[in-house]
Design a protein around this ligand. Structure first.
Ligand SMILES: Cc1cc2nc3c(=O)[nH]c(=O)nc-3n(C[C@H](O)[C@H](O)[C@H](O)COP(=O)(O)O)c2cc1C
Length: 229
């Protein structure tokens, strides 16, 4: 498969430049590249090695259009939140406005991406009967940790896209209409969707990615004792 990527980039270059990209050229993406992306995704870890993931690659224009409708409908929630919510303190005005503009573009244009990948997980009955937690806390624990068996694979997918020059972004708002999404894709009842990712040749440039300083978010031994490096 080495012939599919002509330019190799390093891991750290990939992690520092694989920013959220939401506008794509209409050009098709060859299946062999998508295979490589998926083959990288499934190298990710999952609880007890369960690998109960499902990746649905949607190229069919009619199915993409339906998913686009579901995403647009779901975006009403986020638009209402954007109208109410204050800017996070760590984001500059311009950074926040660009994020909102880019997100809002996708509300109307999800179906324009030549490829949509939906990542789902098949889950058993929620919660362990051996848990020391109350039933309520155990169910909350179960749902809080369930995504840990799919999001590492999704990050691999993001990095594989970056390495191949493809743009993508992790999106989740379609989950406001989970039933419609499952019906559109014919997913089984015990599958839950965790991400909808448009994939294509990006119109915008990769990175650099800006983040809060490590000193604010990383600690030595105890919370509050900033990691000084
Ligand atoms: C859990 C999660 C949910 C997200 N949901 C959406 C979404 O529904 N729509 C969207 O456009 N971006 C979504 N994003 C992308 C974020 O907006 C993006 O990762 C963030 O703004 C950082 O962008 P950057 O990596 O380009 O700096 C989501 C990201 C995460 C981690």
């Amino acid at each position: 498969m080495d012939d599919v990527a002509s330019v190799q980039i390093g891991l750290f270059e990939a992690t520092h430049s694989a920013r959220a990209l939401r506008r794509f050229r209409p050009d098709p993406v060859p299946d062999e590249l998508i295979t490589r992306v998926l083959d990288t995704a499934v190298r990710g870890p999952s609880a007890s090695g369960g690998q109960n993931w499902i990746f649905v690659v949607v190229k069919d224009p009619a199915v993409r259009a339906r998913i686009g409708e579901i995403y647009r409908e779901s975006s009403r929630v986020v638009q209402a939140e954007y109208a109410e919510r204050a800017k996070p303190a760590h984001l500059g005005d311009r950074q926040y406005e660009l994020m909102k503009k880019s997100s809002s573009y996708l509300f109307e244009h999800m179906a324009d991406a030549p490829v949509l990948i939906v990542a789902a997980l098949k889950l058993g009955a929620p919660g362990s009967r051996h848990s020391p937690l109350s039933r309520e806390d155990e169910i909350a624990r179960f749902w809080r940790t369930s995504g840990a068996s799919i999001y590492p694979a999704i990050q691999n997918l993001i990095l594989a896209c970056r390495a191949l020059g493809l743009g993508t972004v992790l999106t989740t708002i379609h989950t406001y209409h989970e039933g419609a999404m499952k019906a559109a894709l014919g997913l089984p009842a015990d599958a839950y969707t965790y991400a909808l990712m448009p994939v294509g040749w990006p119109l915008d440039k990769f990175g650099p990615i800006k983040r809060r300083p490590l000193g604010e978010v990383a600690f030595r031994d105890r919370w509050g004792n900033s990691w000084a490096g």
